[in-house]
Design a protein around this ligand. Structure first.
Ligand code: SF4
Length: 705
């Protein structure tokens, strides 16, 4: 760093993008963030960062930042006082609730907030606004992992940790392109040889030969959305060959006998036909997996974003249970989360459970929560409200009239955009709380301009349950407020709500202290944490309490019960079924969507950073050489894509063998080439997660008019 540009100070913090949760230092000069460098002592990333982390400071003062509170007047946003924005919004919410009922107001939040903020927001929406129509954009990425873990263990909670990548003899990555999406995890795989003295066997299962597949010893180009049949097939072979861990199954699991009866429907020939993976390969993979001292399966959106995502997650757990890969170094079924605090929201929010993984249906859980936070028990909802897609459907039906969107951008990220746009047009009130102007913010009636990463203090919990500290390093941009401040101050506009819910709260740590009490004794126990301790240890993995003062790397070792009635992990069988929207003459190709390392989600942040935009300025469509020949196009040409729902024009072609014949890939980040105009309104029936990955489409090579 040149002397004149050298930061005045370096503030230790955590990356605010993805679920890896890298530790970093923010270089601050004259009140502005000017550099970011990796924290060499942080156990997650040991000084390394990906391109997004390294340039994160650049978005903090971007021109697209919202300067504070704004109201749309005569079609244009005008900056107003916070008092006016809160008054207008609270009046609208009260009027709508008086006219149509409490649940006519809904909130869609995010995995981008700090846990303290998410906890505060959930508490206000559920117990203050008294609507349980509250969900997060985490339903678009992690809900299937949550529900799959619930089916198998009785509770959400990834059993493994990053260290497992360094201890496993076999690592199977299913629908997980970590090289682009979670690049720092490669560091843990690279350490494997050092830790074990020999290289692990890496198996990559993905219809697309992603950058991650380049790391594979065995690459399986599976047919789109057949992973459930694939895992069931591996379980069949392991049973047939007697390769299972009988001691583990007998002593540590339930439901095996029934499972084995069901699995008979998946003999190798049948599975080879469904998945496109030949029988010999299936036996080879099953043998490697079952024969390893420790094997782990890690997955992300290729599994979760599917109409059978929940059941595929449970199938991956079944494979781990059959082979005794649970609760030991290198042996785990491990979901990787997308956003920096997706994990924190799963535990502390009021989305799919009452904070602390409590069940809505349990009177005891409701009573306990109400008692801890000092509210009447009747206020705690007895059932989950609408999940994200159900909220959109309720807006379509005219049941929900006001929507509060917090730090998410549905007008790029949600599937079936034409339908979504029509639905949102029906709202009487749209409030968007965000740090940046976005496609969704443009549509709002009121904007709450929020502080962003590096302007606030609190915690993010990463994929391995590690709670990290993020610290305020610079003053807020203009008149923006932290999400914590916004919610607490907004609550004062609703008679008695502030006094009842947040009396005396002035800083995020007040919410953290309550969250520690709420989580105490639960699986996601934070009671043994303090900000100082988190920073000192480089993050702490929950549960952290008197028994485990420095946290818990793995769940469900021999002595640890699961949260279901049996207290043991359960085999959960589910059948594979073919895709609902299959290819046809009009739409003969399958579209797969995903991400690229340089961009994050809908580019509200990364789209403001020059170096990232220079590296990945627009969407592209990957096309196999055979499909390119059929269409008579070459790399660099521009084509259109259409589906039964819409059309996307002007997408640059990359002819590549990365995708197989009959399939194409387009990254979803770009609003200019909005690929979610094509995707379907199809959701996993248990998790409500969208089936983003398999859409029947047509390509058009004619020039765009
Ligand atoms: Fe940030 Fe994720 Fe990159 Fe780490 S891998 S620097 S957490 S975006």
């Amino acid at each position: 760093v040149a002397k004149e540009k050298a930061p005045d100070e370096w503030v230790r913090s955590t990356c605010g993008y993805c679920g890896v949760g890298c530790g970093l230092y923010i270089g601050v000069k004259e009140g502005d963030p000017v550099y970011v460098k990796g924290d060499p002592d942080h156990p997650v990333n040991r000084g390394t960062l990906c391109p997004k982390g390294l340039s994160e400071h650049e978005m903090v003062r971007a021109p697209s930042r919202l300067p504070g509170a704004m109201i749309k007047k005569n079609g244009r946003f005008e900056q107003v006082t916070w008092d006016e924005a809160f008054r207008v919004t609270s009046d609208a919410f009260k009027e709508i609730q008086a006219k149509y009922g409490k649940s006519a107001v809904a909130c869609i939040s995010t995995g981008q907030l700090l846990t303290e903020e998410f906890y505060t927001l959930g508490k206000f929406v559920q117990l203050g606004l008294e609507t349980n129509n509250y969900d997060g954009n985490t339903t678009l990425c992690m809900a299937s992992a949550v529900m799959g873990y619930k089916q198998s263990f009785g509770s959400d909670g990834p059993p493994g940790c990053y260290e497992d990548f360094s201890h496993a003899e076999v690592i199977m990555l299913i629908g997980a392109n970590i090289a682009d999406n979670h690049p720092i995890l490669k560091l843990h795989i690279a350490r494997n040889k050092k830790v074990r003295g020999k290289k692990p066997t890496i198996i990559v299962v993905d219809p697309r030969h992603s950058k991650t597949a380049n790391m594979a010893d065995i690459y399986l180009p599976i047919k789109p959305r057949t992973d459930l049949a694939f895992i069931n097939g591996l379980c069949y072979i392991i049973w047939e060959q007697g390769w299972m861990d009988e001691t583990f199954i007998n002593e540590r699991t339930v439901g095996y006998k029934e499972f084995i009866k069901d699995i008979q429907k998946y003999p190798p020939q049948e599975v080879a036909h469904i998945t496109g993976i030949d029988v010999k390969r299936l036996y080879e993979v099953a043998r490697f997996y079952a024969g390893a001292d420790a094997a782990m399966s890690a997955w992300t959106m290729g599994v979760n974003q599917s109409a059978m995502g929940t059941d595929t997650v449970s199938a991956i757990v079944n494979l781990a249970l059959m082979t005794g890969n649970l609760g030991k170094p290198g042996g785990s079924p491990f979901s990787i989360t997308g956003q920096c605090n997706a994990m924190g929201t799963r535990e502390s929010g009021f989305t799919s459970s009452i904070p602390g993984y409590r069940n809505f249906a349990s009177a005891e859980d409701r009573r306990e929560y109400a008692e801890i936070v000092g509210v009447p028990e009747e206020l705690v909802p007895t059932s989950r409200g609408f999940a994200y897609p159900q909220i959109i459907e309720a807006i379509e039906r005219g049941e929900i009239k006001a929507l509060w969107v917090v730090a998410t951008n549905p007008l790029v990220s949600y599937p079936d955009q034409p339908r979504l746009r029509k639905a949102l047009a029906k709202l009487e009130m749209l409030v968007v709380q965000d740090s940046f102007m976005s496609d969704t913010a443009e549509l709002a009636d009121v904007l709450f301009g929020a502080a962003t990463w590096s302007e606030k203090t609190g915690t993010y919990t990463n994929s391995e349950r590690r709670c990290n500290l993020a610290k305020k390093s610079v003053p807020n941009y203009k008149d923006s407020k932290s999400d914590f401040e916004i919610v607490v101050e907004f609550s004062k506009y609703f008679d008695g709500k502030y006094e009842r819910l947040f009396n005396g709260w002035s800083k995020p740590e007040d919410a953290f202290e309550e969250w520690k009490k709420v989580s105490k004794g639960r699986l996601c126990d934070y009671s043994g944490m303090t900000y100082e301790k988190i920073e000192k240890l480089g993050g702490i993995q929950w549960p952290c309490n008197d028994e485990h003062p420095e946290g818990t790397p793995r769940l469900y070792d021999e002595g640890m019960k699961t949260s279901n009635a049996e207290g043991k992990p359960k085999f959960v069988f589910a059948d594979w079924f073919p895709m609902e929207e299959n290819i046809c003459t009009a739409f003969p190709l399958i579209l797969n969507t995903g991400r690229t390392v340089e961009q994050f989600h809908t580019r509200t942040k990364t789209g403001t950073i020059k170096i990232l935009e220079d590296l990945a300025p627009e969407a592209w469509v990957e096309l196999s050489p055979k499909d390119a020949e059929k269409l008579q196009v070459k790399s660099g040409d521009r084509i259109s894509l259409s589906s039964p729902r819409g059309r996307v024009d002007d997408v640059i072609v990359r002819v590549t063998e990365v995708v197989g014949e009959g399939t194409v890939f387009v990254p979803f980040h770009f609003n200019e080439q909005l690929v979610n105009r094509l995707t379907q309104s199809l959701f996993d029936p248990k998790s409500f997660e969208p089936n983003y990955k398999q859409t029947a489409i047509q390509l058009h090579s004619e020039k765009v008019p």
